[in-house]
Structure formats: structure tokens, C-alpha cells
Design a protein around this ligand. Structure first.
Ligand code: FAD
Length: 394
């Protein structure tokens, strides 16, 4: 079957694509394939998050940069999702121990990154994907095994555990850092894989909006409290609250085992943040959840012939200190579309080219993210000659 009437793709082969994972990258990828006229099936482990009161999972907001914006723009979503909803952050604002602050711009005067809500972004991308009549969403479907060379997948319906067999010409694994599609790929010979956990975990806290509905700190900044072995950051939300993330070695987290120890620690290291969060809220939010681990994944190749590909965190999960995980995943969607178009949807050569060209770039961003792990918590406070020494000792 060939495509008719879709964005300069008339006469190209029409493919049945199964995207595994309806997170940020899977939903955007669905938009790209749908825009070109293909038959798209999106399989997501969770229920439809638009119908949930509370969505479990990480980081409530994310920093969206020019890389991610370019990818959203090509499917007509940049204006709606970023310009109208995002909060521009023009600089980092460093909080010193004595409560004084100073800012370090991200670029020229009008250059910025945007703070955007993860849930808002994911829900909007799902809705945008579903607007295409050729996109079919399947929620509560967990990929449990696959024969990727044959394009065959086995899903387990949640929570009934009913099994469903599905086939597609192309399987796109966008199922995150612990990707099941990748696990299936790694059964092939000559597949590289490495993962690294860093000693730091993270835990999210919140600075509530002021009673007059405004932000409690200058709004257009990414706030950082660099403290050497650990650090805290805060990104602004639309409702005037702040999502605060504490990054710290797990053994340090372990020492904060009573409200007294927690408060003493915060008063010593983040004294200006304590009244903003509120002592009671700090204690209840801190002890309500456990710190989460941070993993960096490198692997390759990203494809198996012309039948399977991994993108986003499934291909290159990174530590979050460069704020580029989602951005790089969004960029995958844009670059994959360009390479498929270049090869007139001759999938085999296109996937091979994508994997070969994308892998060194993705690994470079993973490396930069690891470098910024030191930069953000420590080096913003130090002289540059120490940088090399620090990074070499990682
Ligand atoms: P995910 O978001 O993990 O989505 C994967 C989806 O697949 C999920 O919906 C999951 O339910 C589904 N799934 C999993 N397994 C299966 C299965 N077996 N079957 C079916 N479905 C399955 N990036 C930035 O660009 N900027 C930031 O500021 C930023 N901040 C971050 C802060 C923190 C604390 C962390 C941890 C990460 C941050 N990131 C940031 C990185 C960003 O969160 C990820 O890069 C991004 O979520 C990757 O999207 P994804 O769609 O590839 O994977």
C-alpha cells in the first residue's frame, strides 16, 4: 500500500508502525509518523494519564531547549506547548550559603530555556497524536516479549494480564531508560550496552505559591543551590509554585532519618529555602517519598534491520544535569523523520543511517550531562583550573 495526500509523501510505501511507550518521546514520534500518513499504533503500559487524578513518576517539570522546540515546531506544536505554556528561564540564579544570589545567563539577552510541566506536555502530545485519524492508542498494554526481526510483539493487558499478540512492519521502542524493546534487541549478537548509576539520587520538594498567587522567587530563572557534594535546584510552575529537586548521594539521604536532622541539615545548607518551603511542608514532603536513582545508558546499534528501532531514553538515557534527555529524545523524532523522508521510507537504509549518525551525538550528550553533574553542584562556585581535575576524577 502507498501513501496518498500526506505531506509530500504521496507514492511512498505506507507502513504499520507500533510505538511502544506513550511517554514524551513515543507520543511525539506518533505525531511524526502520523503526519506522513502511516498507520500508527501506540502501546502504553499506564492507563490514559488524561483520566488520572495523580500521575506517578519523575520530575514534575522539565527544561525545554531549542533542540526540543525545533522538534515540536515541525509537527506544529511549539507555539501551543512552549510559547503559551512554558515559563522562560533566561539565567541560572545561584543561591549562596549566606542567602545572597547572583545570576549566570544562559546565552544572549533574549535566549532562554523553558520550564514546562511533564504532565501537561505528555497529555498535550497524546491529544495531538490522537487528532490524526491514523493513530490508534492502546493503554494498559505492557510489552512482555517480542520477536523484533519478525515485528511480532506480545503485550500483557493491565491489570488482567490477558495476553495479546500484535504485528507491525516497524517496532519503535520509546519505552524509557529500562526499555523492554532494548532488552529484546540485546539478545542479538554485536549489540553494545552499558549502564551507569551515579551515587546520587534525587527527591522532589515544593515551594508553594505566595498567598497573592505569585512566585516566591524571581520567576524567570532556574535556581541552583550548589553545595559541592550535593545540590538543590528549582524550576517555576504555571501555578506559581516551584518544583524543587534535591540531588544528593544516597548515603547522605540515609542520614536524614528524623525531622530534626532534616531541618538542621536544611538550615545549615539551604537556609534561605526553608521559609519558602515551610518547615512543616518540608518534613511531610521529604518523608512522603524515597529518593530515586539516576542512570546513564549507552547502547547500539539502535536498530535491527528494517523492523525495529529504539529512540529517546530507551536508546540514550542520561543523568538530568544537562537538561537534555527529553530534548535529545524529541530531536530523535525530528531526525528520524528527516532520514526516513530522505530514503523515501525505504526503512532499512534509513534506520541504519539514523543509528550510525545519531549514536555518537547521543553519547556526546550523555557525556556532557555527566560533566554537568560536577559543574552544577560544584564548579559554578569554583575556579576553572579545578574543572579538569574534578572531571578526571569521576
Ligand atoms: P519515558 O518518559 O520514560 O517514557 C517511557 C514510557 O514508556 C512511559 O510512559 C512508560 O510507562 C512506558 N513503558 C515502559 N515500559 C513499557 C512496556 N514494557 N510496555 C509499554 N510501555 C512501557 N530532560 C530534559 O530534556 N530536560 C529536563 O529538564 C529534564 N529533567 C529531568 C529531571 C529528572 C529528575 C529526571 C529523572 C529526568 C529529567 N529529564 C529531563 C530527562 C527526561 O525525563 C527523559 O529524557 C524523558 O522522559 C525521556 O522520554 P521517553 O519518552 O524516552 O521515556
Amino acid at each position: 500500500e502507498t501513501i496518498t495526500g500526506a505531506n509530500g509523501c504521496d507514492g511512498f510505501p505506507k507502513i504499520k508502525v507500533a510505538i511502544v511507550g506513550g511517554g514524551l518521546v513515543g507520543t511525539l514520534s506518533a505525531c511524526y509518523f502520523a503526519k506522513r500518513g502511516h498507520e500508527v499504533h501506540l502501546y502504553e503500559l499506564r492507563p490514559d494519564i488524561r483520566e488520572l487524578e495523580h500521575v506517578p513518576g519523575r520530575s514534575i517539570n522539565l527544561a525545554l531547549s531549542v533542540r526540543g522546540r525545533a522538534a515540536l515546531k515541525e509537527v506544529g506544536l511549539e507555539e501551543q506547548l512552549v510559547q503559551r505554556h512554558g515559563i522562560p528561564m533566561y539565567a541560572r540564579m545561584i543561591h549562596e550559603l549566606d542567602g545572597s544570589t547572583r545570576s549566570i545567563p544562559y546565552g544572549k539577552k533574549d535566549q532562554c530555556i523553558y520550564s514546562v510541566g511533564r504532565r501537561f506536555l505528555n497529555e498535550s502530545l497524546l491529544t495531538a497524536a490522537e487528532k490524526y485519524p491514523n493513530v490508534h492508542c492502546h493503554f494498559n498494554q505492557k510489552l512482555v516479549s517480542a520477536n523484533l526481526k519478525q515485528g511480532q510483539m506480545t503485550f500483557e493487558r493491565q491489570p488482567s494480564k490477558e495476553i495479546e499478540q500484535v504485528e507491525a512492519q516497524l517496532v519503535v521502542g520509546a519505552d524509557g531508560a529500562f526499555s523492554s524493546v532494548r532488552k529484546q534487541m540485546m539478545k542479538q549478537p554485536l549489540c553494545d550496552f552499558s549502564q551507569t548509576y551515579i551515587p546520587h539520587g534525587y527527591l522532589e520538594l515544593c515551594i508553594p505559591a505566595l498567598s497573592d498567587g505569585t512566585h516566591a522567587m524571581p520567576k524567570n530563572y532556574l535556581h541552583i543551590w550548589p553545595r559541592g557534594r550535593f545540590m538543590m535546584i528549582a524550576l517555576p510552575n504555571q501555578d506559581a509554585s516551584w518544583t524543587v529537586t534535591l540531588f544528593m548521594p544516597f548515603d547522605e539521604f540515609g542520614k536524614l532519618d528524623t525531622p530534626q536532622r532534616l531541618l538542621a541539615f536544611f538550615k545549615e545548607h539551604f537556609p534561605d529555602a526553608v521559609p519558602l518551603i515551610g518547615e512543616e511542608k518540608l518534613v511531610s514532603d521529604f518523608f512522603a517519598c524515597k529518593p530515586s536513582p539516576l542512570v546513564s545508558v549507552k547502547c547500539g546499534p539502535y536498530n535491527i534491520g528494517d523492523t525495529a528501532l529504539i529512540i529517546g531514553d530507551a536508546a540514550h538515557a542520561m543523568v538530568p544535569f544537562y537538561g537534555q534527555g527529553m530534548n535529545a529524545g524529541f530531536e530523535d523524532c525530528r531526525l528520524l523523520d528527516a532520514v526516513l523522508l530522505k530514503h523515501k521510507f525505504d526503512v532499512g537504509p534509513a534506520l541504519k543511517e539514523f543509528s550510525t549518525t545519531r549514536r555518537p551525538d547521543a553519547e556526546a550528550i550523555c557525556g556532557l550531562a555527566m560533566y554537568n553533574y560536577v559543574e552544577m553542584r560544584d564548579l559554578v562556585n569554583r575556579k576553572s583550573f579545578l574543572i579538569r581535575k574534578k572531571v578526571d576524577s569521576l
